[in-house]
Design a protein around this ligand. Sequence first.
Ligand SMILES: Nc1nc2c(ncn2[C@@H]2O[C@H](COP(=O)(O)OP(=O)(O)OP(=O)(O)O)[C@@H](O)[C@H]2O)c(=O)[nH]1
Length: 402
Amino acid sequence: MVNDVLLEAVEDELKSRPWRLRFADEVEARFEEDTQQQRSRNMAVAGLISAFIYSLFLINDYSYRPDAFTTALLLRAGIMLPFGLPILWFVYRGVTPVLREALMASIVIVATVLSCLIFVASLEPYSYLDVFSFGLILVVGNIVYSLRFGYACASTALSILIMLVFILVYEPMPPEAKRLAMFTIFANATFTLVANYRLEHSERTSYLHVLREKLRAGNYFEDNQKLSQLSITDPLTNIANRRHFDTVFPLRWQEALEKGNYLGLMMIDIDHFKAYNDHYGHLQGDHCLRQVARSMQVNSRDEGDLVVRYGGEEFVVLMSNAIPEAASLAAERFRYSVEALQIPHHGNPERGIVTASVGTAVLRPTALLTPADLLAYADLALYEAKRQGRNKIWVASVNKMP
Ligand SMILES: Nc1nc2c(ncn2[C@@H]2O[C@H](COP(=O)(O)OP(=O)(O)OP(=O)(O)O)[C@@H](O)[C@H]2O)c(=O)[nH]1
């Protein structure tokens, strides 16, 4: 049911998402749940790689702006790394989606500020060329980290603003170079944001397709489970049906044969049930059958006993590993449980309530016997129980049987 609602929401998302990124709440929650861990890890790894590359820029600082090398070293190693690495650790460990995106965006902004400070700290003639590498910071935020689009836009806008301010106030840079730098940064921002949007859109669309298939597969599985459960259940009484018994009986027989265990079979037949139907009607007869089935189910062992509606008003209980004495006690328990229901039955001349006769047979399977033999012994025992006056149990003396 929960799956059905979610599946419907996923179908709706797939139909109505030409440009929108965020999903409806329930799908968004599932999306986060399914992707959060992987995304956090990816971001942390991407952060480590970009921290390494960012530090490598010290080589440039050393070679073409030695006058600001100490500042660069201080800012890159003394501020950027102590600021960024703990954030990557937090993100890796898992934080809320909002915090994750905000923290990663903050790395982009701090890297921008520090790069600008290093750039303006130098008066070397080629220092301003560094401005053309600022676009890399946007590449990292928008593509390498792949910040969610909203955060990518916000961090890009703020970074551009910071870059523009520093470029405009830096006097040694020729105006033509400033114009070119600003244009390059704008173009870079546009391209990386477009790429960022497309990445997120296709990530989300693929996710929807995968989720839809997963949910459908889950539903098929559930449907199949339900169908196979239905095929082995008696619709009136909700206990196992004859078909299930026919499948299970030979398997239990084989198991008992291999292990040298006893196998018991009990046949239970409601007494004078035709008269019950005739007197109370078929619907009431059905109700009575349900009550009897439930009481037998309640009185069976959870493991080992299989209670089956064998047909009409006849039930069988297949008892694995039941020694003869225990099987007799179980037969009495079942007989009594029907009597204890105290269902009025005017057509039962002897007792006035619904009763049942129980025939039981227990044997150790051998190669000379078949499951049909055990069934026949139990049937004979039931016949004997009826003959003895009904509401009786009869245990077949299997050794004396032909
Ligand atoms: N209400 C109802 N009756 C059923 C169902 N299946 C079988 N019966 C009835 O069960 C009755 C079985 O009657 P009989 O086989 O003659 O046996 P009985 O009247 O119980 O007599 P004894 O077994 O000798 O005590 C028949 O009247 C069937 O119609 C069912 O699903 N619902």
